[in-house]
Design a binder for this molecule. Structure first.
Ligand code: ATP
Ligand code: MG
Length: 412
């Protein structure tokens, strides 16, 4: 991609009302643009990162047994929410469509339960699970954390249907493993955290990335591998939480990047989602739901890997970087063009062909944060070729022009 043609530009300043590190860096890097509080456009750069996350989520979800991707509507008849009995709980959060008995979907238990009961009739069709990746709408009170809390945001939501509670819990454990794989591939350490089951069940599990920016407080076990959300801890002197933390309280802020719930019969009973059993009776299905905040995950990666200050930068994990290589051409006559042409078909590469100063180009490259950088300049040519820099470590070496292609294909 020619950088001169990229839709979206780096900015010297983030919008004045952006306070969070993720929103400041992503706005400055030309990844996102705020339309209104909690509502963002994703420029091509931002969309590339989002697509990488989605790809990872999809690969790991598709590995789960009997799990299929689909798409459900964003417009929800309120009638279904009356049926589940949740309309009142969501009265502040759901955006309503004027003059219509419908609203924009903040989550999809009602839609999927209704769909299930009109689709599946026999125990022979179970177990089955579906997921979708889609924009969710929630009228959050004061969205000021950038991508961490949007009024519309990208979510992966999955729903499982089983004949028995045991079946549900088996899938639930598999989902935990898939989630662990997803976060790890995204470069995040997410702590499996016990949390409240809300109105659904006795418990749920969250995946919390420890960060100053997190809104949640998470108590941690001795080696920091398991957490317990403050919302289910009555008191720090409670012997239970002390034992959990290994004798003395350990806690940190966390960003909830995912949440899984055994829904049990919470939706199937009121909405009559039942199947015919082997014995010829009707049995309500055991459901679970599994959410990942895709756009929040993107913001979380920037909270963890981004740096503000006089040299603002985002050092993307290689798995999520919008481009593997940023090729900065500082020659006055764009001598790098031939090299770029040779590499572009087999490499995800951004070619900075713009007429700017070296300082401006490097500052932009820091914000864009590709893991590898190629720099072609009079100086690099005098040293024998192109400079190859690993962004995270700053390590650099000169690669002869004739070796560029093999070297970079092996590296990036
Ligand atoms: P929170 O407690 O942070 O408000 P939640 O528990 O209401 O989130 P869920 O309904 O469990 O969220 O949604 C699944 C996932 O979607 C969450 O784990 C989170 O990662 C993400 N998410 C929820 N609300 C938002 C939002 N307003 N903006 C971005 N991501 C969100
Ligand atoms: Mg939650």
């Amino acid at each position: 991609m020619y950088q001169s043609q990229l839709f979206g530009k780096t900015r010297r300043e983030a919008p004045r009302d952006e306070e969070s590190k993720n929103a400041i860096l992503l706005s400055r890097g030309g990844y996102i643009d705020k339309t209104s509080a909690g509502v963002y456009s994703f420029y091509p750069l931002g969309w590339r990162v989002m697509q990488k996350i989605i790809h990872i989520v999809r690969e790991e979800m598709d590995r789960l047994p009997h799990t299929q991707e689909m798409l459900m509507p964003a417009t929800h008849p309120l009638e279904l929410w009356r049926e589940s009995g949740r309309l009142d709980d969501f009265k502040d959060v759901m955006f309503r469509l004027q003059d219509q008995d419908s609203g924009l979907g903040p989550t999809h238990e009602e839609i999927v339960t209704d769909l299930f009961r009109r689709t599946v009739t026999s125990y022979k069709e179970l177990p089955v699970s579906v997921y979708q990746i889609q924009t969710k709408f929630r009228n959050e009170a004061r969205p000021k954390s950038g991508l961490l809390r949007g009024r519309e945001f990208m979510m992966k939501d999955a729903y499982s249907f089983d004949l028995t509670e045991e079946g549900l819990l088996t899938y639930y454990e598999e989902a935990k493993k898939a989630y662990a794989a997803i976060y790890s591939r995204c470069g995040l350490q997410a702590v499996l955290t016990e949390a409240s089951g809300g109105s659904f069940s006795k418990f749920s599990h969250e995946f919390q990335v420890l960060s100053e920016a997190g809104e949640d407080t998470v108590y941690l076990n001795e080696d920091g591998t398991l957490g317990r959300n403050k919302e289910i801890v009555p008191d720090e002197n409670d012997p239970d939480i002390l034992a959990f933390c290994g004798g003395s309280i350990k806690k940190a802020n966390g960003i909830e990047v995912g949440n899984i719930f055994p829904l049990n019969l919470r939706f199937s009973t009121p909405m009559a989602a039942a199947v015919m059993t082997e014995g010829g009776e009707r049995a309500d299905v055991w459901m679970g739901c599994y959410g990942i905040g895709i756009s929040r995950l993107m913001g979380t990666v920037v909270e963890v890997y981004g740096q503000l200050g006089d040299k603002p930068r985002i050092v993307w994990p290689a798995s999520l970087a919008p481009f593997a290589v940023h090729f900065i051409d500082l020659t006055p006559d764009r001598q790098g063009k031939a090299i770029y042409t040779k590499l572009k078909d087999n490499l995800s590469i951004l070619y900075d062909d713009r007429s700017l100063t070296a300082g401006e180009k490097f500052a932009d490259a820091d914000l864009i944060g590709a893991p590898y950088r190629l720099v072609l300049s009079r100086r690099s040519l005098a040293s024998g070729g192109v400079e190859l820099i690993t962004f995270a470590s700053g390590e650099s070496k000169i690669v002869p022009l004739s070796d560029i292609a093999p070297t970079i294909f092996q590296t990036a």
